[in-house]
Design a protein around this ligand. Sequence first.
Ligand code: G4P
Length: 531
Amino acid sequence: MKYSAEINKRKTFGIISHPDAGKTTLTEKLLLFGGAIKTAGAVKSNKIKKTAASDFMEIERQRGISVATSVMSFEYQDHLINLLDTPGHKDFAEDTYRTLTAVDSVILVIDSVNGVEEQTKRLTEVCRMRDTPIIIFINKLDLEGRDPFDLLDELESHLNIKVRPLSWPINRGKSFKGVYNLHTHDLNLFEANKTKMSTEVVSFEDLNNPVLDEILGADADQLREDVELVDGVYEEIDREDYLSGKIAPVFFGSAVNNFGVKEMLDTFVELAPTPLPRPSTIGLIDPYQEKFSGFIFKIHANLDPNHRDRIAFLRICSGKFERNKFFHHTRLNKEVRFNNPYSFLAREKSRIEEAYPGDVIGLYDTGSFKIGDTLTEGADYEFQGIPSFSPEIFREVINTDPMKSKQLEKGVRQLTDEGVAQLFIQQPGSKKIIGTVGELQFEVIRYRLNNEYGASCNLVPKNFHKACWITTSNDKQLDEFIRLKASEVAFDKDDNPVFLAPSAWMLQMAQENYPELKFHFTSEFKTSSEA
Ligand code: G4P
């Protein structure tokens, strides 16, 4: 296994959270520990607090081709850590779901005041579909948040995962005193400090040591009681159970005060998986196999009209990527090579000569990539498991400038290939229906069609409830369904039939009337996603 030393060094993960739980703040602190940045405040939030397209455009313009914030690589201890950024805004959830296909584990941030929130649930569901290992960071302990035991109960019941605290908070809010590390038996005393790591750590193998009372006063007994309860109620972490996504270690802290973050990072590098195998059309692709492979999970457009190229993000799954070497683009059945591949170490975008499994690199693209495309060293297979999820808002594209119909066609195709939205084609007449999870994307689409392609259109609302991918072994029943429901059936980018159900009730009726058709809320067709 030629590249095993390189592979074993790497940990590729993402941070997920409901907006405002503290993802950006935690990212910054992790980069601080990794030496990738020197001072706090260096990570510009890329989230969009207001749902205005103009804000989004402004942020995108400022970011321009500098996509360094999409991947942040840093070294910590002997590890090379690749942190993939996920957009905070809920309208871009689909982008986050896809990024999750390129990570090997996640850190989930929970706001201790709000507990489990809507996006927390959705994102965890996506992780659970792939059994992605999860570490949980309960943040904002400096605020008057909820009782830690209640929070743990809520995590277990709402997220369908077992939890095991590895650190325990001593009080919270104004009287927050610190955390006790249940793993290393260290007591870490809280001091609000936004730029440095906390240093006041006292080792307490035995919590009955009277020094604990001197330090914590009346809180010492409460800590003893809590720790006894935790040890009695929660089972020990079994690494295999963590790796298969069954149990999540939990840490408590305050990201903005840089507190409790190092404990979590140290455990993360110890527990989190090195690059994992990925499912493909020919079975699992092992990262240690010598032949190169990888897939595109994100495409970042350049909004500067003078530089129309895009950057495609490639997750390397096996073998070694080399600059200027020919690789096989399996969808196009074409050999391609890259003169200027980029990596993002220490937030510097720099040209690389080679890269290994777990790495994410940026490739300049002039339009030959779609989300989900596979590159190999010659073999003909494709990576799987980069699903589309049912959009929630649908609009039909009506051309308003007949002279520019070609441009509109091209623009809609390219934007949907980039994953900005999903495209469904409806017959007769090849009507284009665009589906998104948020209103913001429609503004982005309209703006970009106009600015980048010179096309203009109306986006007419369609009253569909969900898009459900249809599978069956009864082709006759499918044909009949497609014929009778022509106005509610469309085809996705890969020509799979999709039922655009007008309402939950109509979906239920279809299920009852066509028992041999299966309707799925994601294009991955897992039984768990069945409607
Ligand atoms: P996000 O990326 O998950 O959306 O959250 P982000 O890190 O931007 O944090 C959201 C808000 O929560 C920020 O405040 C941030 O400072 C605050 N925050 C993060 N961690 C903690 C913590 O441990 N304790 C407390 N009390 N607050 C925390 P903001 O007012 O929205 O922005 P800013 O002006 O402070 O940057």
